[in-house]
Design a protein around this ligand. Sequence first.
Ligand SMILES: C[S@@+](CC[C@H](N)C(=O)[O-])C[C@H]1O[C@@H](n2cnc3c(N)ncnc32)[C@H](O)[C@@H]1O
Length: 515
Amino acid sequence: MTKERGAKGEDDDELRWKIGDRVYALWAGNNCYYVSTIAEVNETDRTVVVTWDDADTSHRKVSFDQVMRPSDETTAWSRSRIEKRATVRSTKQKGRCLFINEACEPGQVVFAERPLLVALPAVAPKLWECLQKLHEAQPLNLGTITFHFAALVSVLTLETGDIDIIRDKYVPEPDEEPNEDVLRILKVLQEADLDGESNRIRNLEAKNFQRLVSAWRYNSFGHHKEDGLVLYNRISMCAHSCDPTCCWSYGDEDAFVLRSRMALEKGGELTISYLQDEDLLKSTGVRQQKLQNWKFTCMCPRCSLKVDVGRGIRCQRCKVGVLYPEVPTRGFETCKVCGSSPSSEDTQMLLHMEEEYVARVDTLDKKDLDDVQTVYQAALEIFERHWILYVMDTILWEGQRQKNIMVAMEHQRRRIDFHQHYYFRPTFILAWCHEELGDCMVQQFPSRKWHLMQEFQRAYQMLAILCGTTHQYTASPYNKLWQVSNTNNSAQVNASAGSNDGETRKPVAQASISM
Ligand SMILES: C[S@@+](CC[C@H](N)C(=O)[O-])C[C@H]1O[C@@H](n2cnc3c(N)ncnc32)[C@H](O)[C@@H]1O
């Protein structure tokens, strides 16, 4: 973390601190930045005395170059600033998409957008309760009340201009007739006692309601803390990719902080993943199937690859080579070791066996580790570098972690290998795999300092890209890295230092560590 990144203004070289300024200051106890208030300014020796927010009384004197303004990385940007950064353009295949107006480094904030609306139960509690009762009496077809609730909250709380913005969001069928749930809800709400919440709803036309429900369904995000939804304006123009150019995290007041996951060139497309990280490690077919929720066939670069290298099958002849299926032909590549390729009969048999294993893995009971182990062992006879092995490695890593750490570590290594083979980009999964492996190494091999540092360093670098250096997630491996590099006995490293669990003092950023 350099001074410039979090400091006052990007073109403001000379920092002028004054008493009462809220700042991030470096606490010499662990080299991390914490929130504090300036209590004294000493221009002569260029230091300040700070009051830490948690009232800690140590290391209060901090030099100017170790103080920074709270970062604007987590605060929503103005609309005009976002518009300078990103442009919406219509494309033939994906409709409106988002493009970057200037080059970006990996991890750089592309923009941070405030929500158009956050639809949480507390915004309209009576309405929420009413919909819940209705859903309990007869479940809504969408399986949740959140979309209908959010549509109604939009009508209740937003001005016409903002409602029009929501109506303009992507829906598969803009002229869709109101379905039975929409009609049922409107009927019930006509008679419901909703206090001040009812007037606007009584005038709502069924077709308009349907359109708003669909707009929320296809464009919103689940709230990260509560049972509710959030909708953003610019972000909802972002297309999906199974190799997304961007990643995101939540900032202050539910701001959507969009970061570049890789170096972006001016004019490049901004994409995010509509799928969770773990689904990005599944086969093209499974990803495509999941994306049917948004009713489109993904045309991203990964989905367009002819060979799916996440579905490796061991060559049945030489047992050494790995064969990958060619997606369009449903045949297999030639073995790179013995040069054979399965006959069409064998191909059918292998594909059928694969389908059966996928179904079996889907129904595994995570608690029944013996059964998982048996399926895993049998699958290893047939598959190699296959996503179902990754799924079982994950179950076995989690299940064995408290029981047999050495076995667990082996599964964790296999998870990392597969992730790097199939999808080698920073993801939260990969970062945490490294951090967790580092935690195990601390217990098992505390003297392998180089190895511990490598695991924590990788986790730290990836998380810095994914959610920035001021994020709590990033502070966790950083703290461990700092402790390993500053202690002779790595066994003293506190595995939970800086992590979310139970720590009250949360660092906001870190100083760089020289390796
Ligand atoms: C949240 S909207 C994105 C904005 C939308 N393109 C628009 O014009 O308003 C999601 C829709 O965009 C399209 N889309 C997004 N990513 C796509 C992709 N990778 N391949 C094909 N269509 C995609 C699909 O129609 C999808 O349902």
